[in-house]
Design a protein around this ligand. Structure first.
Ligand code: FMN
Length: 210
C-alpha cells in the first residue's frame, strides 16, 4: 500500500514488548534538573520493559549546525543512537521562553530518518513557576514537522530547584508532578509502536467479512 510517507518499519513481537527509548537532554549544565527529570522518565520506561539511552550532549562534539557540513564532529554517532530508538523523549530547559539551542542543534543534525513514524514524549523544565507551556508547544511543532507521533501527555516542571534534591530525587515523591514524570516513562513504552492496520484489513473489518 502506498502510504504517502517514506517510513515503513517492520516490528516483531519482541520489539513490541521491549522497545528502545532514547532521551535527548537539551541542557549541558552540570547538575541539570532536566537530566534529573529525564532519569526518572527513563527509570519508569525501564520498569515498563524498555531498554534506554540518555544522550548527554556534553559528551558529543556537535558544532553549531551548518547545512553545508552535516557530518561535522560526532553527528554520525548522534544519528546512530537516535536512529536506534523506537521512541524518543525530548527534554529541555526553558531558555528565554523557548527550548535550548543544544537540543535544536542535535535535532537539526537528525531528520526524518531518525524521527519519522516514531513516538515522541516531551518534557520541559523552568526556573520560573510555570513558564514551560510555550516551550512544550514549540517542541511539539518541531516533532510534528519531523512526522513523529507526539504523546498528548507531556511534562512541565516549574521552580525546578525546589522540585529535586541534590541527589536528583523528587523532594515530594508522591506529588502529582513526580507521578506525571513517571507516567511519561510508562506511556512512552505503551505507545512506542503505533502500528497502522492495513487498509484491506480495515475494509474487511468494517464490512464484517470473515
Ligand atoms: C539563558 C537562560 C534563559 C532562561 N530563561 C528562562 C525563562 O525564560 N523562564 C524561566 O522560567 N526560566 C528561565 N531560565 C532558568 C532555567 O529554565 C532553569 O534554570 C532550568 O532549571 C535550567 O535547566 P537545567 O537545570 O536542566 O540546566 C533560563 C536560564 C538560562 C541559563
Amino acid at each position: 500500500m502506498e502510504s504517502g510517507f517514506a517510513y515503513q518499519r517492520s516490528i516483531t513481537v519482541t520489539d513490541l514488548a521491549r522497545p528502545h527509548v532514547v532521551a535527548l537532554c537539551g541542557s549541558l549544565r552540570a547538575g541539570s534538573y532536566t537530566k534529573m527529570a529525564l532519569q526518572h522518565v527513563l527509570e519508569a520506561a525501564k520498569a515498563a520493559g524498555a531498554t534506554t539511552d540518555c544522550i548527554d550532549l556534553r559528551t558529543l562534539e556537535l558544532p553549531v549546525f551548518d547545512a553545508d557540513s552535516q557530518d561535522a564532529g560526532d553527528a554520525d554517532r548522534l544519528r546512530q543512537r537516535v536512529d536506534a530508538a523506537d521512541a524518543i523523549i525530548l527534554g529541555t530547559p526553558v531558555y528565554h521562553g523557548s527550548y535550548a539551542s543544544p537540543l535544536k542543534t542535535a535535532i537539526d543534525y537528525c531528520g526524518f530518518d531518525e524521527f519519522e513514524g516514531k513516538t515522541v514524549g516531551l518534557l520541559a523544565v523552568s526556573g520560573g513557576p510555570s513558564s514551560y507551556p510555550d516551550t512544550l508547544a514549540q517542541l511539539r511543532l518541531v516533532a510534528q514537522s519531523l512526522h513523529a507521533w507526539v504523546l498528548p501527555q507531556q511534562v512541565g516542571i516549574g521552580a525546578a530547584s525546589e522540585v529535586f534534591d541534590e541527589t536528583g530525587a523528587f523532594t515530594e515523591p508522591n506529588h502529582d508532578l513526580a507521578r506525571r514524570t513517571r507516567t511519561l516513562g510508562s506511556e512512552i513504552v505503551s505507545y512506542a509502536h503505533i502500528v497502522p492496520i492495513e487498509e484491506d484489513a480495515h475494509v474487511v473489518a468494517v464490512r464484517g467479512d470473515a
